[in-house]
Design a protein around this ligand. Structure first.
Ligand code: ZN
Length: 386
């Protein structure tokens, strides 16, 4: 028997007296199985994840599974509602300029005074009391939640609330009971790809995503890192004491195509790939939808490169997201009409950008109006078959 719940969580009060909220849906299956936290649109223009949550709900309501889902569509009401003309400017807080996915908190990287997150003491305690593996996991989830509460209380005393922190800590607290966290994003104009920590590289391929970027097991401000760091710290502390525990916590950022658009057919495929991964993680979903199984490549983060535009102009992109290229291939052409006063100069108005090495286009800019130094492409180089 599946249980459905919805809950409104306040994010901030507005000057006119309105309140912004996020709606959190909880769907419980049978006992056992993973607790899965899925959020979409923390970057407001990146909306495909909401369509994917809808497809997941349709799949889950008709089938048996073990575990529990916490689903947060439109997880950043500020981002998704910030428009400039018809464009959704949802990547940065328009007031502070902060990126909505770089202001999470790594409990294990802050001081004990700020968090009370003493993992050494926690591990000593568990060993002294001879607590079993499963219970350690439960206790640690509570320990993390308490640390966020402690941090937030301290933070408020020192600095007062801030838009980004309020949202980020709220989402982190909602994820504390999870075994799996999926943060659904998109690129600008982009193919399907994901970010996976080194420790979860072998699991990540069950998402059947054409491209994967393997990131260090480190914190750089994003939700996936913020949620996996405490668990890696815990496992390390046990190792120091000669005990090996693998708690199986995993978190990922999934990049589901291009921003500012949703696509039902692609959302069904995205949902099928997510279910494929979750079944690998013991969701035990009956009669799962058949996922596509593309050729998969991965690279290390150092080989995921941004090509900043070496010149200015109006750009025609000649390689699409997902497409491979070789050294010497033309990636884009630039049109610059300034100063044409002879037939000879017409030829020079159009120039090319050539690839310096082999790779795959993962994203390119949404705009063709390009100033020198703007982000033009993000490319996966040194690709390895998965
Ligand atoms: Zn994003």
């Amino acid at each position: 028997m599946k249980k459905f719940q919805k809950k409104l969580i306040p994010i901030r009060n507005l000057a006119n007296g309105d309140q912004q909220n996020i709606e959190v849906l909880t769907l419980k299956g049978q006992e056992g199985g993973p607790k899965v936290h899925i959020q979409a649109s923390v970057h407001g223009a990146e909306i495909q994840g909401n369509a994917v949550i809808y497809e997941l709900l349709k799949i889950l309501k008709e089938r048996d599974f073990k575990g529990e889902f916490v689903l947060i569509p439109c997880a950043n009401p500020i981002g998704i509602n910030t428009k400039s003309g018809t464009t959704t400017q949802g990547r940065f807080n328009p007031v502070t300029g902060d990126n909505w996915n770089r202001n999470y908190v790594d409990l294990s990287g802050l001081s004990l005074e700020e968090t009370n997150f003493d993992v050494q003491k926690f591990v000593d305690d568990m060993i002294k009391k001879n607590i079993n593996h499963d219970l350690i996991k439960d206790h640690f989830k509570t320990f993390i939640k308490n640390a966020y509460d402690f941090y937030w209380g301290n933070f408020l005393k020192r600095k007062g609330p801030s838009d980004n922190k309020f949202l980020n800590i709220t989402l982190q607290k909602l994820a504390t009971q999870a075994d799996i966290v999926l943060d659904l994003h998109t690129g600008p104009k982009a193919t399907r790809y994901l970010y996976a920590g080194e420790f979860e590289k072998s699991s990540a391929k069950h998402f059947l995503t054409p491209f994967s970027l393997i990131i260090p097991n480190k914190f750089a401000g994003a939700m996936d890192e913020a949620t996996f760091m405490p668990w890696l710290t815990l496992e390390k502390e046990f190792q120091k004491r000669g005990q090996s525990h693998s708690f199986g916590f995993e978190s990922y950022t999934l990049e589901l195509g291009s921003e500012e658009t949703i696509n039902e057919q692609e959302a069904k495929k995205d949902a099928a790939r997510i279910v494929n991964y979750l079944n690998f993680k013991d969701l035990s979903l009956s009669d799962p939808p058949a996922p596509e199984n593309p050729t998969q490549h991965y690279c290390l983060l150092k080989d995921y490169k941004t090509i900043y535009s070496p010149k200015a102009g109006l750009v025609e992109f000649l390689k699409s997201p997902g497409e491979g290229f070789q050294k010497g291939d033309v990636l884009a052409s630039f049109l610059n009409l300034r100063g044409i006063d002879s037939l000879e100069k017409i030829k020079k108005a159009k120039t090319s950008l050539v690839a310096e090495e082999d790779g795959f286009v993962i994203t390119h800019s949404t705009t063709s109006v390009i100033h020198e130094g703007m982000e033009l492409f993000q490319v996966l180089t040194n690709p390895k078959p998965y």
